[in-house]
Design a protein around this ligand. Structure first.
Ligand SMILES: Nc1ncnc2c1ncn2[C@@H]1O[C@H](COP(=O)(O)OP(=O)(O)O)[C@@H](O)[C@H]1O
Ligand SMILES: [Mg+2]
Length: 382
């Protein structure tokens, strides 16, 4: 089988919201598929379907060739899920968290202990093994969360915005860990709002917006779609900005934009640059900076959707919570994963239904996940 993860025509509705409106995607074995999209695009919904936490209304999803509905048990034994909303138990220590999962997965005590120690070491958490997770920094918690998803040695990983809210250093550490896992043969589906993250990590990218695939390809293919290069022009005099914009728009079309003090435009025609230079000269606009640079995925996104994907300042540790203030938090809990006080996590008790499924959509027949005590943990991390 060539694809470790595949979906055809996935549809999922939540009352009037069509979270997924027919999504096709596929991840080749041993690669990282980046699932990219802004808040509310449907990323988490797709991941939850693959992890058997949610049933699609229509379409099919397969993991290692196994149908996520018909063979949910097999799928669960193969996948590891690192949720958007960190899933470690606040009050347990690093070791205890991993031990618990090992035991839920049916490992004998001794083996579970050995596995916990091994993962703590690999994720540089040995020094904090005996501390309650609530004392961990954001980066440590994400590492513990990722470690937790690996206890069962899954060959297929679902990472749902694993670095949202992390500082750049912790983010880089997580990237390295993920690269190591894939080098060891794992396949990963990584959702992210950070285009540079997808650029750096993903072999292939699927961009979704409002439940639909709007573009796909390798990072380079996507960049080539918008011309591959971007013209940047900054007039010396701020008052010239509007005129400079009009002039570039005249040559490059409506994709020309003003960003801060700079006019940018995707370059599709090699004649654009000389044409702009001539026009600037004609108009007598003095230029402080004029450059051609490679387009970023962000520009790809902008030209595809008309809005930016990057969640602004979310990069600072703990600063991401504000970005979820878009009313997409249906269940009233802070699902951002950066909320570390643990007070809103009463929905993770053993015997509860799957976390994140507290949204009153019990109507969606999520039978496969309601069959046992403590299954939430076992399911979401097995
Ligand atoms: N359990 C749910 N109940 C109601 N609406 C939901 C639920 N889960 C997701 N949605 C809606 O579906 C859309 C996609 O959500 P989601 O998959 O969480 O997007 P993303 O992870 O890309 O931010 C959003 O409009 C969201 O509000
Ligand atoms: Mg999400």
């Amino acid at each position: 089988m060539t694809y470790a993860i595949e979906a055809e025509g996935l549809v999922k509705r939540f009352k009037e919201t069509e979270a997924l409106a027919g999504v096709d995607l596929a991840a080749r074995k041993g690669t990282v598929l980046g699932l990219l999209g802004p808040n509310g695009a449907g990323k988490t919904t797709a991941v939850r379907i693959f992890a058997t936490l949610l049933r699609p209304d229509r379409g099919r999803a397969r993991v290692a060739g196994h149908d996520v509905v018909g063979e949910a048990g097999v799928v669960r034994s193969l996948v590891g899920l690192t949720g958007q909303y960190a899933a470690v138990d606040e009050n347990l220590t690093g070791t205890e968290n991993l031990l618990l999962i090992g035991r839920l997965l049916g490992l004998p005590r001794r083996e579970a202990k050995a596995r916990a120690g091994e993962l703590l070491e690999r994720f540089q958490l040995t020094h904090a093994a005996g501390r309650a997770a609530k004392t961990f920094s954001g980066g440590m918690r994400r590492r513990l969360d990722l470690a937790a998803s690996l206890v069962g040695r899954p060959s297929i990983l679902f990472l749902d915005e694993p670095t949202t809210g992390l500082d750049p250093h912790s983010r880089g550490e997580l990237w390295d860990l993920l690269r190591g896992l894939v080098a060891d043969g794992a396949t990963a589906l990584l959702t992210t709002q950070y285009l540079n993250e997808a650029d750096v990590l993903a072999d292939d990218i699927v961009v979704i917006d409002k439940g639909r695939v709007i573009a796909e390809g390798t990072p380079d293919q996507l960049k080539a779609q918008v011309g591959g290069q971007v013209l940047e022009l900054r007039p010396i005099v701020g008052q010239d900005l509007a005129r400079a914009h009009a002039l570039v728009a005249g040559a490059a079309g409506p994709a020309a934009r003003i960003e801060g003090e700079t006019v940018t435009a995707p370059v599709k025609d090699p004649e654009l640059m000389p044409a702009v230079v001539r026009a600037l000269d004609r108009e007598g606009i003095a230029v402080g900076e004029l450059a051609l640079r490679r387009s970023s995925l962000d520009e790809v996104f902008l030209s595809l959707t008309g809005h930016r994907a990057e969640p602004g300042q979310a990069e600072e540790d703990g600063g991401a919570a504000g970005h979820d203030g878009d009313g997409s938090d249906r269940d009233g809990t802070d699902r951002d994963g950066t909320d570390r006080d643990g007070t809103d996590r009463g929905d993770t008790e053993p015997g509860d239904t799957v976390r994140g499924d507290t949204d009153g959509d019990g109507s969606d027949g999520d039978g496969p996940v309601r069959d046992g005590d403590g299954l939430e943990k076992a399911v979401s991390r097995s």
